[in-house]
Write a protein of this length. Sequence first.
Length: 462
Amino acid sequence: MENRYAIILAAGKGTRMKSKLYKVLHPVAGKPMVEHIINRVIETKPTEIVTIVGHGAEMVQEQLGERSQYVLQAEQLGTGHAVMQAAQFLEGKQGTTLVISGDTPLLTAETLDHLIEYHQGKQASATILTADAADPTGYGRIIRDHVGIVDRIVEQKDATDEEARVTEINTGTYCFDNEKLFEALKKIGTDNAQGEYYLTDIIEILKADGEIVAAYQTKDFEESLGVNDRMALAEANRLMRARINRQHMVNGVSFIDPDSTYVDADIEIGSDTVIEAGVQLQGNTKIGEDCLIGAHSRIVDSQIGDGVKVYASVIEESIVKNAADIGPYAHLRPQAEIGERVHIGNFVEVKKATIGADTKVGHLTYVGDAILGKDINVGCGVVFVNYDGKNKHQTIIGDNSFIGSASNLIAPLTIGEHAITAAGSTITDDVPVNGMGIGRARQVNKADFAKKFPYLNDSLKD
Ligand code: UD1
Ligand code: MG
């Protein structure tokens, strides 16, 4: 098979974004734009990938890692200049080169494959990926001659009124004969409105040399959306979200209101799970089958088993096993591991704690740095007092124990199996198996004492 190369243009600052973050690192569906690009490029199986970096070079390199080679474009003199930088890796090599911008995150690998096939079929020196745009503002226009053959690309800023009315746009993705690409790049100048080396000028140069230039038009303009400002970023997120949600629905997941459900790229969801409105599923998250993810829940970097119900809760870096239920208004913080059929109720916070199967933590409780066994009942308002101001300490509770409401469990602490803590206790010492810990002042009743406070109650009994 012939060699195939890919060049990703990612050196621009993205001035129009007005951002401290470099453009290609802005996230779409939870992943930097350039991450989407490299994943699609890899799917086309190139033998070498070269990414042109400039603004934010280190951060872009950190993002893409060893999946690409890098060239620094120290000064951003235009897209043509950017591609020229790849000469040190690719010049003179035989094969086909895909050039793609780091700011077109919606392009699919399927479209890239079609472009490459079309290019090879036409035996062209260059093939432009084009699309028909309802509003072509900001894009380069494809100018064809009277028989429809591509003549050149004109940038918005250099276009005449007539040229600006053309709706076929340059997506910024191309296929080139690699040797001819680097030959022709040497002839690009800066005689244009922006004083830049435009990659788009290469079309005219190749044509003047008698080379075949082709254009492959995708049916879907939305795929080629180029993100240059925040409006386009929002639009790219909207389109990507619709694509992601649609795929989950095809796979058998129900969405009550897909337009207001925010599922990042590469999240797995099992069939017959129902996702309600306003849900955010982020990062490296996996949801099992037959779950209900209730309205306004946010789940980040977590693994959720089958048949789990989550109501209006936040779950971060945690594991929730089958048939557990969480919330409403619970917060699972990093390293919470919730066992099968566990009930975590309202206003419960869990951090770095393992909770065994069938245990119930129903109301207003903080569980931090703890290991709880199976079938434990944790009453209302229990505080795992894990922090002495300097260090965190652990609490261990054995199976089948009963933690009375409003207990303060002062760690480090071990409570044995089948043990009890009396409601309202401050437990500072370990409680043995089958034992009861009670740590509270004895109650004293004072007869008629309330009469001293008539203003508290004007209907006191005589
Ligand atoms: C470019 C095309 C335009 C096309 C549009 C599609 C040119 C001259 N214009 O315009 O025809 O319709 O993309 O989205 O090519 N970059 C560098 N180094 C540079 C300049 C840019 O690496 O010196 C990178 C940017 O980071 C970006 C990509 O190249 O990822 C495209 O640059 P951008 O400034 O977004 O070009 P557009 O104005 O969108
Ligand atoms: Mg752009």
